[in-house]
Design a protein around this ligand. Sequence first.
Ligand SMILES: [Zn+2]
Length: 442
Amino acid sequence: MNGAARGLVFGCLAVAAATGCVVQGPVEVEALVADGQGSMERGVTTLQTVTDLYAGTGSEFDVVGGLMLTFDFVFTTMTTGDYTYPQMVEEGRRGARNALNLRLSANPLTGVYESEDFDTFLYLTVFSNVEKAWAFFRDDLGDDSGATQDHGLVGLYGSQVLSSLLPVPITPGNDNAAYVSIGDVFYTLRVHDQEGIPLAMSQGVIAHEFGHRIFFHNVIVDNAFEAWKTIFANVEVDQQNPQAATQQNSRGQIIMRGLDEGLADVFAVSMVGTGHFTEDSFIDSASSLTGGWSDQAAFRDLEGDFATFVTFEQMQDDVDNDLPFQCGRIPAVGEEIDGLANEVFNPYCLGVLLARTVYEAAGRSPEVMRRDFAPRILPALQETGRRVAAESAAQEVFKFEPEYLLDAIAQQLAADDRASFCAVVKDRFSSLTSAGVIPTCP
Ligand SMILES: [Zn+2]
């Protein structure tokens, strides 16, 4: 920071309360920052896009305290399918929100804005992580979809969201972060018992969540959005007991969620540079209320046993493995299921499989994934969306099969990367390559 800028900061500090002085980027703040080795440490980072640091506003996104989806809209309009994308986002963002209530001031010696309580430290870290993820997808990977064009919204400490209809169950009791396509918003949730880097403050976790926004804005657009809406129309909601809702034709939704989770991990690994980006968050502890964080860590580790051995074929059967979670089973094409998509199959199982497939094709190098694979996935997503739209229209149900994405990725890769990718796909998705549904990997 040069002398003139520092003088501005100090001038602002002296009169901030009285004049409503606006602090905007570039501004140096104290936050948890990536240490370059896949973890985070306390340090100083520069926020570039903030337009009012105390209000949480920015040129790319705003941060608000709390955020709650409008349940009425989910129950009524979404189950009729009678809405456009802008209407869905507007309704999703309509819910209650609170002031940020920050305790923040510039250090008089350094000019760096420092937090006086944990919530403010979380805010600065989240702002920094979202801004960095945004730049990664737009500048490094070349995204030009709504994911990096539309103004974003981040809710700190989002309120409870109905789990039965939404892709991500969120309650204040969760220790997590999430992207919710209804509303096109990010939520960060409170920290409690996992004792590692709080998930909401992890660069890798925020990159993963931003990956979901990238997926939605590249795949579920235009006619694919019209097809996607039928997911909700096929849910039968008992308004007295929403958890007892039932759902038809959910194979497409299950496959989509699994692939979405997998690509989110691919993007996170590419950005933070380690195949185990949740390692420093998922630390087991004696004080844990829920336990099992180390199991989560083992499961999501792309070098772990599950990732190393799992195949798509196993997911068609009830998976029997040694890990303390159950994948469940992906329903067959046309099979009706009793319950909701989330309950019959754990989408992270397919996610780990897809992420491992790309990781292995990249020689298990996050650097190669970032350079040669991740940028090629964006056009593959758009092609996948066109395929989803065409197949869904033809069959009058939301259709999403792994081969739509796998074939599109294979087509986009350079020849030698395609050969590596197809070799892994033949090993991990052998029933699909034998059936000839991935023409690029014959
Ligand atoms: Zn996710």
